[in-house]
Design a protein around this ligand. Structure first.
Ligand SMILES: *Cc1c(COP(=O)(O)O)cnc(C)c1O
Length: 482
């Protein structure tokens, strides 16, 4: 072994550095639980950031890994603090992060069974746990994959291979114009998936949403009839559980019944909100999800798991084997060769990280009661925030929140919406730059809204009051154009 490799693979060095890093993270966790004014994210503009890290390399190259990780920990965004309320990604449970470390260390490839026996078997366990929670029967199955976007595309490929009339897998997309129905509020990745499949803009039929940003399911029959009249062959309908911007849940019961009546594939994009099925209190949000043919659910958004870890579930296990092939080709299927244990047959990934361990570590250690407790707590927190906003003069709620996403807006100048847009945009910008809280913004029906996803287990009502206090102070300092 050369001298560098000798150093790299030194068990003693690893033990020493590893202990330091665990201590560092434990201190970080301890601090997250304490009241603090430390920045959620020490803001740095991109140009400055580039120089900052170039300087770091010039000054510190060759130093132990713990010095680098301490710096990254300090300067990155801190999801565990109660004042992180930004994008939809949950602070990982420490046990799941430890599982992630082992996963990275072992690097079991998981494409075929032999390349990761525990990970492959546990993937099946995890998928079964989620499928049961969704209300699927014994015949349900699925895979874990890298993110909701990829899971949605994979599910739609399955839909196509089962519902499309021609053998597209062999002959390519040259035949009929295929299409699917989806709410106008759906995540952009559904639109992208349609275009990746070669259906073009005509392949996505956007069903209008109501004032709560839910699909207007009563329009489904006319949308379908119109598409047919235009010569399109509609093969699927996608329900959002929930929509990304406002956290609105489509009526899955109604969509499921419609899909059954018209022999359409019913896919639920539950990347964010299907996790609500784990909450006894909020399960009702996904009523009807058991009617789906396929469901995508991210573990990393509402289930305390490192990203990206996504379950793609099929009500009917056999369907998942059609994703990357056409029905007719599947002679081996009849020969009983549905090899669940060779996972790459059904996923995009060839080499895949041991995604199962991140989720299974929590299920085995704490039980699914942990997911119930967490989802219920963050959703309750959103209810408390909505109540605060309603009481407080000058603030508007976009809609009453269903889950842990809340869109709201400061509108003291009610008659001048453009000024209010400018004000909210500036408020967020200044808040993020000072680092006291982290929130995001969105555009709803052409108006700018502030948006939070409540996800830290430490966030309490007092933090939400401080957020509004701080935003009002910031708003006072903003000169508004007249
Ligand atoms: C976040 C989200 C996605 C994308 O999931 P990734 O895991 O980020 O790829 C898709 N659909 C919805 C509704 C989402 O909220």
């Amino acid at each position: 072994m050369g001298p560098l490799l000798e150093q790299v693979f030194s068990a003693e060095e690893f033990r020493h550095q590893g202990h330091q890093i665990i201590d560092l993270l434990a201190d970080y966790l301890e601090a997250a639980a304490q009241p603090s004014t430390d920045a959620v994210m020490p803001w740095m503009p991109p140009g400055k950031g580039e120089q900052h890290w170039a300087d770091d390399f010039a000054d510190h190259a060759g130093q132990p890994i713990s010095t680098l990780l301490a710096k990254v920990l300090e300067e990155g965004i801190h999801l565990h603090t109660p004042r992180y309320m930004g994008h939809q990604i949950s602070p990982p449970a420490p046990a799941a992060a430890l599982a992630g470390l082992l996963n990275d260390f072992m690097n079991n490839g998981m494409g075929v069974y032999e390349m990761g026996i525990p990970g492959s078997v546990l993937e099946r366990q995890v998928v079964k746990v989620v499928a049961r929670q969704m209300g699927f029967g014994e015949n349900a199955d699925g895979v874990l994959t890298s993110g909701g976007s990829l899971a949605n595309l994979t599910a739609l490929l399955t839909a196509r291979s089962i519902k499309a009339p021609e053998n597209i897998w062999q002959v390519g997309t040259g035949g009929e114009q295929l299409a699917l129905l989806v709410s106008e509020e759906a995540h952009y990745c559904v639109d992208r998936a349609v275009r990746i499949m070669g259906w073009g803009a005509a392949g996505i039929i956007k069903v209008p949403a109501d004032d709560q940003y839910r699909m207007r399911t009563e329009l489904l029959p006319s949308c379908l009839a119109e598409a047919k009249a235009a010569g399109k062959r509609v093969i699927a309908v996608v329900g959002s559980a929930c929509s990304t911007a406002t956290g609105s849940f489509d009526d899955l019961q109604a969509i499921g019944q419609f899909a059954q009546q018209h022999n359409l594939w019913f896919h639920v994009d539950g990347a964010h909100g299907a996790a609500c099925a784990f909450s006894r209190k909020y399960r009702k949000l996904v009523a009807g999800i058991e009617l789906a043919d396929s469901i995508a659910m991210d573990f990393h958004k509402m289930l305390l798991t490192p990203s990206v870890t996504t379950a793609l579930l099929y009500r009917n296990s056999q369907d998942s084997y059609h994703t990357f092939a056409q029905k007719a080709q599947y002679l081996w299927e009849k020969e009983g060769e549905q090899e669940w244990h060779n996972l790459a047959r059904r996923t995009f990934e060839c080499t895949k990280t041991m995604l199962s361990l991140r989720a299974y570590s929590l299920i085995r250690t704490y039980g699914i009661a942990l997911f119930d407790e967490y989802v219920t707590q963050v959703n309750d927190c959103a209810q408390a925030f909505a109540a605060l906003l309603q009481k407080r003069p000058g603030w508007d709620l976009a809609i009453h929140p269903a889950c842990n996403i809340v869109c709201f807006r400061y509108a003291p100048q009610t008659e001048d919406e453009a000024t209010n847009d400018f004000l909210n945009q500036q408020m967020r910008k200044r808040l993020v730059e000072e680092g006291s809280f982290y929130i995001v913004q969105t555009v709803l029906r052409e108006r700018i809204y502030l948006r939070v996803t409540l996800s830290s287990p430490y966030t309490q009502e007092a933090d939400l009051v401080s957020l509004l206090d701080r935003l009002e102070v910031i708003a006072k300092a903003i000169p508004t154009v007249v």
